[in-house]
Design a protein around this ligand. Sequence first.
Ligand code: SF4
Length: 350
Amino acid sequence: MSFQRLNFEEGLDLFQNADLFDLQKMAVEQRNKINPVSEVTYVIDSNPNYTNACTADCLFCAFYRKPGDEEVYVRSLDDVRNMMKDAQAQDATTVLLQGGLHPDLKLDYYLDIIKMTVAEFPGIIPHFWSAPEIDNIAEVENITVREVLQKMYDVGQLSLPGGGAEILSQKVRNRISPKKHKVDRWLHIHEVAHEIGMKSTATMMYGHREEPEDIIIHLQAIRDIQDRTGGFTAFVPWTYKKDNTLLGKKVTRETTPEDYYRILAISRLYLDNFDHIQASWFSEGKDTGVKSLSYGADDFGGTLFEENVHAETGFINKTSAEGLCSMIRKAGFTPVQRDTLYNKVLTVKS
Ligand code: SF4
């Protein structure tokens, strides 16, 4: 089948109406044109946090505490150094360090963490701070996000994580996180990061207040940026976990594994300028994760040795690098370890 770029209406029609088997077939065909047919990549990583203080009050979030709350913490440079040591001891090459939107932390706090990581942990590529955090730092310092990102890049940050995207449709954002920065700001920050020389990932959290067209609006927005910059390494969708969140009381629908497979497949087809689509054992559970690798994904995410955001919703899932490889094999693929920037590190023999 020859494949032509889907427009909005075609994408929405396929997403809503295509038989899942047909969608799967098309997505796998597209995946195999871009990525080695028999391989699935993964990364050894950890996802610690430096603060849980946050002013954004997102309705879907169980992780944050309001500034002044007795459970608020802010990790010192030494604390973060110890997190890096733990990650290094487990052979991690990626640390995704993120936190809430702290009202007072200055840019130097963040730059010191990047400098310490680059100097003391050369095997770890800093993959720190989501777009809302970058906006928050710029606000605290009263400078532009370009200045923040440039200073971070200059001391060694090469990659920005895609958190904070949720659904890039302002209508949905107004319902689930009205105080968080607007869709245009998330997109602008990633585009500026790419212009400076950083790579980044794009994420999507679905399964709450969005409609099918909001999913395609999201895919269209990141596809447009990718056309201009080529700076996104991968797209990473996951389902909303509603326990312990204010929004959870209002969301009555339950997402199914089939919903996830459909999201992966339409992402692969719509994002024709993305090399990598990531499926997750972590956010979807191991069985669904293994099956989802047959719906157009070519990457299985990471080991996530430390993770606190999903854990606050009561959703806890653990594995090791060996466990991750064995899930990839179970799905019929050869595991290939990669780094943060999707460079291959090692093909894992069985
Ligand atoms: S999702 Fe992020 S920005 Fe929103 S409340 Fe939670 S920590 Fe804050």
